[in-house]
Design a protein around this ligand. Structure first.
Ligand code: DHE
Length: 560
């Protein structure tokens, strides 16, 4: 209870600080009281900005500007902005969702909240302030200086099999020992941490909150704890570290949604060193004021980060060998870049251009676009899944939010024995039947199974279940596992979304989160990958809204 109050206060403070520099409203939307506006601003940040953008120009979600309109080739208006849609229609869309991929919010927001947010989006968008290097330095805190940190691991844990687990709505991360399944430590972080990434050495966990707060966790301490913190943006999703030989643990990089920029930091203190704006021109040649930083990954081939810019569709290769004289290669791909992962060789990074229904593959060796592959509606791979297909050789898999297939794309391999598969490279070689609403797919080099959730499916039973295929014979029927039932937790009205399969370090277990209501005790269900039976249900009163889970070894080495 105490924790969630603190979280709400922090958010309100942030919403207020953003509010101080907001522009005057110009659209004549419905009248709102100051209290309603504050309430709506917070809801918009927490629930809407991720898909629709702070300036509401649209990305994964539609444009939500009051006066926006879409015209056909004859100049007839085919779709209108929020003012044209009006209060009643907006309330229905927000409450019940749409076939176009908008999820329903009637189980998350009250009727009154839906009414307030519907009014808010008929008014001109607020423009939040910028966040400079100085602002970032002012927020920077080294809690345990490097000289006071351990020089070797102080505990006896098998750190390789630790899991960093996002407790979304409490603004915390749980560190769980994968061998015993005990929660070793719960650390306070930014709001709704999005991802955890590991330093090259596997010693540090870097996490980023949606509120842009980066926390550095030192696993070598007797009880792992946060040793440094910095705020790099008001709204953010991505983080990674420098992994190229000679730069291990030297730098970290985090990407902002608002302001649209990325920050390069010291790896072991998080001191912000350099801020680079991503505002610029889309692949269609139009200026965009809010090109947000989506996924970031560290190359193993060069001292470079692959930084994917959502709205412009530009993939940046940022060379960190000399950050004073930063060199960046800009590769045009397709708009609305989101999440992605490496192919099996770790030479190609495949990223979903989700609202373009494409996967872009960048060759990090040549620094060029290798392919732009058409896939089904709204691909959402997480980091994807790599395996050797019996007929088509090495493939990378992505699921979809808007379509009922898991798509397999053939990826190049330099192995002589794979030369026969070259003709398939960068082609969709198979679409495996699934259901819409799939967020994450996962496998492991030692496994014969491919796992996929369906967490965003509108059917409660499907959202609470995962599907598993035998990769040796994908024509065999998939096994559908009801994770909520397997957990033995009491049935409640709110959907407990089964989300984000993650393997243990040895590839023998698969962990699935049950993402329940924001006040409900929830669980992680651990399956034996060979038998597909429950091995353990990890639950605790503090286990609230677990979502992403990141196994230390697999995340450190990009194994998926
Ligand atoms: Fe995510 C990855 C953005 C909603 C859980 N998510 C990512 C990445 C981006 C992103 C850019 C890639 C980061 C990287 O690799 O560097 N996510 C967004 C959004 O903009 C969006 C659609 C809306 C929002 O408001 O945030 C969104 N994401 C969600 C959720 O609602 C999820 C399911 C639950 C949660 O915790 O919020 C969620 N996203 C995740 C997870 C990953 C992720 C677990 C990392 C997957 C991995 O295995 O690497």
């Amino acid at each position: 209870m105490k924790r969630s109050v603190v979280g709400i206060l922090a958010l309100s403070a942030m919403a207020m600080s953003m509010g101080s520099a907001f522009a005057q409203e110009t659209a004549k939307g419905p009248e709102m009281t100051a209290a309603e506006k504050e309430q709506a601003k917070k809801i918009y940040f927490e629930r809407c900005a991720g898909c629709h953008g702070v300036l509401r120009k649209g990305a994964t979600g539609k444009n939500l500007e009051p006066h926006w309109s879409k015209k056909d080739k004859d100049g007839n208006v085919t779709e209108g902005g929020t003012l044209k849609l009006g209060q009643n229609r907006l309330e229905k869309i927000i409450g019940y969702g749409t076939d176009g991929g908008m999820v329903n919010f009637d189980d998350i927001l009250t009727k009154e909240e839906i009414s307030v947010i519907s009014k808010y989006i008929q008014n001109t968008p607020d423009v939040p302030p910028e966040f400079s290097l100085k602002d970032q330095l002012d927020s920077w805190k080294v809690i345990v200086p490097v000289k006071d940190r351990p020089t070797k691991q102080m505990s006896k844990y098998n750190l390789k099999n630790f899991f960093s687990v996002t407790l979304r709505d409490t603004g915390e991360v749980a560190l769980i020992d994968g061998d015993t399944k005990n929660i070793v430590s719960i650390v306070k972080t930014g709001y709704a941490v999005h991802i955890s990434r590991l330093s090259a050495s596997g010693r540090y966990v870097y996490v980023i909150g949606r509120d842009g707060r980066v926390s550095l966790i030192d696993l070598w301490m007797e009880k792992p704890a946060v040793v440094a913190e910095v705020k790099i943006a008001f709204d953010a999703r991505s983080i990674d570290t420098s992994k190229f030989k000679g730069f291990e643990d030297k730098y970290a990089i985090a990407g902002g949604y608002w302001p649209p920029q990325y920050t390069i930091m010291d790896g072991d203190t998080l001191k912000p060193l350099k801020v680079i704006s991503t505002r610029g021109v889309t692949v269609d040649g139009e200026y965009h004021p809010e090109p947000r930083v989506a996924s970031i990954v560290s190359s193993f081939i060069k001292p470079e980060w692959v930084v994917n810019i959502k709205e412009t569709g530009q993939i940046l290769l940022v060379d960190y060998s000399d950050i004073e004289n930063l060199k960046t290669t800009t590769i045009g791909s397709a708009k609305f870049l989101h999440d992605g992962g490496w192919d099996a060789s770790k030479r190609y990074f495949l990223v979903a251009a989700n609202a373009s229904n494409k996967i872009a593959a960048v060759d990090t060796k040549t620094g060029k676009l290798a392919a732009l592959v058409d896939v089904a509606k709204i691909p959402h791979p997480g980091r994807g899944a790599n395996f050797t297909h019996p007929k088509f050789g090495p493939v990378w898999a992505t699921g979809h939010l808007g379509a009922d297939v898991v798509t397999l794309i053939s990826t190049p391999s330099e192995k002589k024995s794979d030369a026969k598969f070259k003709e398939y490279n960068w082609k969709v070689v198979q679409e495996v039947k699934h259901v819409p609403g799939n967020l994450f797919v996962k496998t492991h080099p030692k496994s014969r199974h491919l796992w996929a959730d369906s967490a965003q499916n509108s059917d409660k039973t499907l959202a609470e279940s995962v599907s598993v295929w035998d990769m040796a014979d994908l024509s065999k029927p998939k096994r559908v596992i009801n994770v909520a039932k397997d957990s033995g937790m009491p049935e409640v009205k709110a959907t407990k979304r089964a989300v984000h399969p993650e393997y243990s370090a040895d590839g023998k277990e698969v962990w699935i989160s049950l993402w329940g209501g924001k006040a409900d005790q929830s669980a992680i269900v651990v399956y034996d990958d060979a038998t597909l039976t429950v091995k353990k249900v990890i639950t605790d009163p503090k286990m609230i809204t677990p979502t992403g889970k990141f196994n230390v070894y697999n995340t450190q080495h990009d194994i998926y």
